[in-house]
Ligand binder design. Structure first.
Ligand code: ZN
Length: 478
C-alpha cells in the first residue's frame, strides 16, 4: 500500500497594503477591526483595485517554483456564506490562474540536516486571492475580527507527487524557503502566514489509479501537517482492511491539534458549487513575455543553490540549513562574513555563539543584537581592544541586555591593555616579583616564561594583550 499526497498551500504575501484596498497588511498583534475599510469589509458599491506589489510578488514566487505565467488571467468571485467573509464571496482565480505547471526540487535530510535523497514535486498552479477574517468562538458567541480580511494570499497547489508525511513536510519546508528567498512572503508559521490543506488517498503499490481522497483542512504548522498525515494514513489503512478497499467518495476532515486526531467535516459525493464567475469590477491582468523573462533573470539564488554555496565555504550541512531556514540569522551571517571574509569565524560568531546565547535565554533572533552591533563587536575584537574570548562574554551580555558592545566593555572594564607603556610597566613589575622564574628561564627552562606571562594576566585581570606581554618579556630578559 502506498499513500498519495497532494498539498494546497496558502501563503500570505508580505506587501505593505492588502490585496484590493489601501489598508495596512500588517495587522498582527493589533486590536480587532482596526485595519479595515469599506472595500475589505465588502460594502456594496465599493471598487476593489488589485495591488501591483502583490501581483509582482506572486509572479516572482511562481517563477521561482518554475511555473509558466499565463499571458492573461483574471479574478473570479467564489461565493459562499460564512461570517468571516463579509462580501459573501472571496475574490480568487478559478479557471485562468496566474501561473501553471511548475516544479520544486527538495532534499530529504537526516537528523543532522544532511541530504539523504533528492525529490521533486510538480506544481499544478499558483493563483492569487484575498483572505477572510478571523473568528473566535467563546461559549455560545462568535467574535469576528476583519483585520485579516482582504490580506493578499498565494494559493499553491501541488500534483499528488508526495508519498509520506515526512515527504510532504520536506517539500513544504523547501517551498517556504523559496517564498522567503524571493521576498514574496515572510512565511512566519507562528503568525499563521503559511497554512496547508493536505489530501491523502491510498492505493496498492504498482497501481496508478487515484482513489477518492481525504482532505485535511487548515493545518497551521509543519508539526500539524506531519502528524495529521501520519494519523490519516493509518486511519485510511485500517478502513481499507475493514471495508476491503479505498474510500467510496472524497471526504473532508479537520485536524484536532490537542487530541491529535482528525474529525469528519463533510462526506460528500459532489463538489461544492461556489457559483464562480469572473469578477466584473476588475479588468483581466496581462503580462508581457519580455518583462516576465526579465523578472526571471533577476531572481535571487534559490535556497538549495545557496546551501551548496555555504557548504563550499566550509560550513556544515546543518549550519547551512540553519541559515537557510532563518532569514534573520542569514542576514547577520552574511554581514559578518562580508566583513571578516572568514566563513568559519562568521559561523562561529553567528550560529554557535549568537544563536546559542539566544536559545539559552529563550529569545528569537529578532530579539537579539542586529547587524550594526555585531559588526561593531567584530571591529573591537580585530582592533585588539578585547580578546576573542572576551568577545564571547560581550556577545552574551549583548543578547541579555540589548546594549551596544562598547557600552558593555566600558561597564565591565574589559578593555584589553595593548598600550605599550602600560604593558612594559606590567612586565617590569612581573620581573621584579618573580626573580626565581627569571633565574630558571635563564638557566634554560623555557616553561618558566609561561608562569611570568600568567602572573601578568592575573595582575591585569585578564586584560593584558598576551601577544604584547610575550614580546616585551622576551625583549627585557634577553
Ligand atoms: Zn481595506
Amino acid at each position: 500500500m502506498e499513500a498519495i499526497i497532494g498539498l494546497e498551500v496558502h501563503a500570505q504575501m508580505n506587501t505593505k497594503t492588502k490585496m484590493f484596498c489601501g489598508c495596512d497588511n500588517d495587522a498582527f498583534g493589533k486590536p480587532p477591526n482596526v485595519t479595515v475599510c469599506p472595500i475589505c469589509m465588502g460594502h456594496p458599491g465599493t471598487l476593489p483595485v488589485p495591488n501591483k506589489e502583490a501581483v509582482a510578488k506572486a509572479v516572482k514566487a511562481a517563477l521561482a517554483i518554475r511555473c509558466t505565467i499565463a499571458p492573461a488571467c483574471h479574478f473570479d468571485r467564489k461565493h459562499y456564506f460564512y461570517p468571516d467573509l463579509p462580501a459573501g464571496f472571496q475574490i480568487s482565480q478559478y479557471d485562468f490562474p496566474l501561473a501553471k505547471g511548475g516544479l520544486v526540487e527538495y532534499d530529504i535530510t537526516d537528523a543532522s540536516g544532511k541530504p539523504v535523497a533528492e525529490r521533486q514535486c510538480r506544481i499544478t498552479r499558483l493563483h492569487m486571492e484575498n483572505d477572510a477574517g478571523k473568528l473566535t468562538h467563546r461559549g455560545d458567541r462568535t467574535l469576528c475580527d476583519y483585520n485579516r480580511a482582504g490580506t493578499p494570499l498565494m494559493e499553491i497547489v501541488t500534483e499528488p507527487d508526495l508519498r509520506s508525511a515526512e515527504d510532504a513536510v520536506a517539500f513544504a519546508q523547501e517551498l517556504r524557503r523559496i517564498l522567503i528567498a524571493v521576498g514574496a512572503s515572510d512565511a512566519d508559521m507562528f503568525k499563521g502566514m503559511m497554512r496547508f490543506d493536505a489530501s491523502i488517498s491510498l492505493r496498492e503499490k504498482g497501481t496508478t489509479k487515484l482513489n477518492p481522497r481525504s482532505e485535511i483542512k487548515n493545518l497551521n504548522s509543519f508539526k500539524a501537517l506531519e502528524k495529521a498525515l501520519q494519523y490519516e494514513e493509518k486511519r485510511l489503512a485500517k478502513l481499507w482492511e475493514k471495508e476491503g478497499g479505498p474510500l467510496k467518495n472524497d471526504i473532508t476532515v479537520g485536524w484536532l491539534d490537542e487530541e491529535e486526531k482528525t474529525r469528519m467535516l463533510r462526506d460528500k459525493e459532489t463538489a461544492d458549487d461556489y457559483r464562480y464567475f469572473p469578477e466584473p469590477d476588475i479588468p483581466p491582468l496581462q503580462f508581457d513575455a519580455k518583462e516576465i523573462e526579465a523578472v526571471r533573470k533577476a531572481l535571487p539564488p534559490l535556497p538549495r543553490e545557496e546551501k551548496k554555496k555555504l557548504a563550499s565555504l566550509g560550513l556544515t550541512e546543518a549550519e547551512a540549513l540553519q541559515l537557510n531556514d532563518d532569514p534573520e540569522l542569514m542576514q547577520r551571517f552574511s554581514a559578518v562574513y562580508q566583513k571578516t571574509k572568514d566563513a568559519k569565524r562568521a559561523s562561529s560568531i553567528v550560529i554557535t555563539q549568537l544563536k546559542g546565547f539566544l536559545g539559552a535565554q529563550g529569545k528569537q533572533v529578532s530579539d537579539g543584537p542586529g547587524v550594526p552591533d555585531l559588526l561593531k563587536l567584530v571591529e573591537v575584537i580585530d582592533s585588539g581592544s578585547i580578546s576573542a574570548n572576551a568577545g564571547k562574554e560581550v556577545l552574551e551580555s549583548m543578547v541579555e541586555t540589548g546594549k551596544a558592545p562598547d557600552t558593555i566593555i566600558a561597564e565591565k572594564g574589559m578593555k584589553q591593555i595593548s598600550d605599550d607603556s602600560a604593558i612594559e610597566a606590567l612586565v617590569d613589575k612581573a620581573i621584579a616579583a618573580n626573580p626565581q622564574a627569571i633565574e630558571s628561564f635563564r638557566k634554560g627552562k623555557s616553561a618558566a616564561l609561561g608562569a611570568i606571562v600568567g602572573w601578568v594576566m592575573k595582575e591585569s585581570r585578564g586584560q593584558a594583550n598576551p601577544a604584547k606581554v610575550n614580546e616585551f618579556l622576551m625583549k627585557k630578559i634577553k
